[in-house]
Design a binder for this molecule. Sequence first.
Ligand code: SF4
Ligand code: SF4
Length: 358
Amino acid sequence: MAEETKVARSSAKTRLRRRLRFMRTRARELKMIGKALVSTKHPILVHIIPMRQCNLACTYCNEFDDFSKPVPLEEMKKRLDALAEMGTSIITISGGEPLMHPDLDDVIRHMRRRGMIAGLITNGFYLNKERIERLNEAGLEHLQISIDNVVPDEVSKKSLKTLDGRLVMLSQYAVFQVNINSVLGSGVKDPEDALKIAHRAVELGFTSTVGIIHDNNGQLKPLGPHEQEIFEEVMALGKRSFSRFNDFQHNVARGREHNWRCRSGSRYLYICEDGLVHWCSQQRGYPGIPLAQYTPEMRHREYSTKKFCAPQCTVSCVQQVGILDNWRDPQNLQPMPMTPPATPPAELVQIGQVRGDS
Ligand code: SF4
Ligand code: SF4
């Protein structure tokens, strides 16, 4: 692939701005860790969906549609204000495809204005020089693109071939941190792709992570020996990422159950496009309470609620948040009985069969 060998150099001004933003974000992340260790009363990480619609249709994904409208900016601001009042440290915008939202820059600006670390997960297809510079100006701090294969296929168009030009632009113009996530496991045709994607990420100056897909009705299924070798290699390449502190992915790769305390609904929140709070993207439907009505008591209750899906969980961001509390406060409560909603809830999605992380 001709583009794969291209490594564009950013200007001295961009490199300086990138360095400064990195140092500021790292300082804020350290402060976030300190605050999380001192108090358990606030959310550490929130995923929020401003737009369920996506321009792609990856066949494994259960997190998009092709018709829904963007959440209006004023409503997004209200939700962000509610999260700021709770003391939230980091917000990651996800989708659908968030770059389709017409006011995304203002959403990011509002997050920064309210003191929260701003991240974005995108499929990258709408990125160009002008869009990247707008994200720089808005104050974005982290961006993640998940790349599924080297060459597009019937399952996913998110390939190195289709995205490499955009990655080169990011390496030239972005002043925020970029992480490239590759995938291994069930449904991935060629495990070597993950390694090629990770090498390309590092070559362009980005961090790299690897996600593991499982099917088999949510049961953990070990990677094969060759896939495990690739997994370890990609993890070693991604050594600049915080994920290296987390041994959970090594357990997932080996198909082992993981002993941890999932604090979703409390330290981690998933806010859907309807403004409802859910445990996570893979357990949507519970608690299903509007964010504006989600009280501190409800959050604190979820902190102590044992999650039936925790031993086989493959959701790495919630696992990483969990590290900060795994050592304290055992969970001994059961989920609250649910009141049937006026409108049918989103399908409760079981982990392991599906994935939709852009
Ligand atoms: S799937 Fe994982 S992150 Fe989601 S609620 Fe269950 S244990 Fe928590
Ligand atoms: S995985 Fe991401 S890019 Fe693919 S359909 Fe789902 S939301 Fe869209």
